[in-house]
Unconditional design. Structure first.
Length: 97
């Protein structure tokens, strides 16, 4: 077999799944949960470390997305205001000459 057939695809887990796994690991231990779900213990420990460092739970992701959308809207508004002020300044500079 060639190498392309032997490459494993990387599994991606949803934030909800990670949160559920971490909750179960808190109660039943990482080794037990990893064995039950067929996951590597190191993966669960990694998820735990990321969460402790301000990781992204589903609720945090939603809050961050809402904040990002608000900031994008505000940025767009400020860019429009800035463009308007530039045009107004140019107009009045022309008028005063």
């Amino acid at each position: 077999m060639n190498e392309e057939n032997q490459k494993q695809t990387r599994k991606k887990y949803s934030p909800e799944f990670k949160d559920q796994v971490l909750a179960r690991a808190e109660k039943g231990g990482v080794a037990q949960v990893a064995k039950e779900l067929g996951l590597k213990e190191s993966m669960i420990y990694s998820w735990r470390a990321k969460k402790k460092m301000g990781g992204t739970s589903l609720e945090n992701q939603k809050i961050q997305q809402m904040e990002m959308a608000r900031l994008k809207r505000e940025n767009e508004r400020l860019l429009m205001e800035n463009d308007f002020l530039k045009k107004a300044a140019a107009y009045f500079a022309k008028e005063s000459e």
